[in-house]
Design a protein around this ligand. Sequence first.
Ligand SMILES: *Cc1c(COP(=O)(O)O)cnc(C)c1O
Length: 302
Amino acid sequence: MRPVKNQYVTLPILTEKQLTLCIKREDLTHPLISGNKYRKLKYNIATAKDQGFDTLLTFGGAYSNHIAATAYAGKLHGLRTIGIIRGEELEVKWKENPTLRKASEDGMHFKFVSREVYRQKESHIFLQLLEKEFRNFYLLPEGGSNALAVKGCEEILDAEDRDFDIVCCAVGTGATIAGIANSATSEQQVLGFPALKGDFLNQDIRKFAHKENWKLLTEYHFGGYAKVTPELVHFINDFREKTHVPLDSVYTGKMIFGILDMVKKDYFPPKTKILAIHTGGLQGIAGVNQRLKMKNLPLIHV
Ligand SMILES: *Cc1c(COP(=O)(O)O)cnc(C)c1O
């Protein structure tokens, strides 16, 4: 793993409001198992190996960063990987999907299931069927989120980061923000930017977060999970041009958009030091661009 760099961002709006914004470049930790997915896999893979498993089985959507990371990590550690993928229709056309094509090259075996079956992925019956089909495997939940994943995410912040007043991250399942909240100080406030609509998240996060130092900002999901608007694409391209930091449209783009919108609205008092965690996800851009191109919409610059 490469050391993670904190990169300070300069923008006129930050100078005007006397704020410091720094981005923790977890996207650079590893070229393929990037960002928080590396953190979430670390202790799970160690445990799987300790317990003598030779196979990882997990779940995900067609463009999932977790699927991409699990496939590559499995290859690196000599573990077989099985991906239960949402969407039966992909069975015949998954080779057109850049995430799945790469995961397959990394050795992942797929099982495509309907959305209906996918929704029951945690049911006892479905797991029994999987055990019949694939025998012995170490099960990673969707998004890789479990207690060991949270433990890995507790290592995102380090001692130098205690200087920041605010720590921001994007939220999917909530494991990452739980880990960050656990390792942040009680004086720090952790702000989470959910990439999806819905109120279930607070409870999910409470299962793993031991502190009350976090809060969700639910206004910046841009219509829901994996939804991307021309405004968001324009923002991501503009931010990259000005700061040289690439963002993805599912998670980190929405978070940085949210932070800068809150800056404009004077949410943060002058002199506030903000640390934003870049959780990676850049592998997903190729798939997003494929869909934007089909709709004749502007693409994310790469
Ligand atoms: C998976 C992911 C997240 C969300 O992490 P959770 O632990 O599920 O909340 C955030 N950012 C990126 C880039 C991701 O891939």
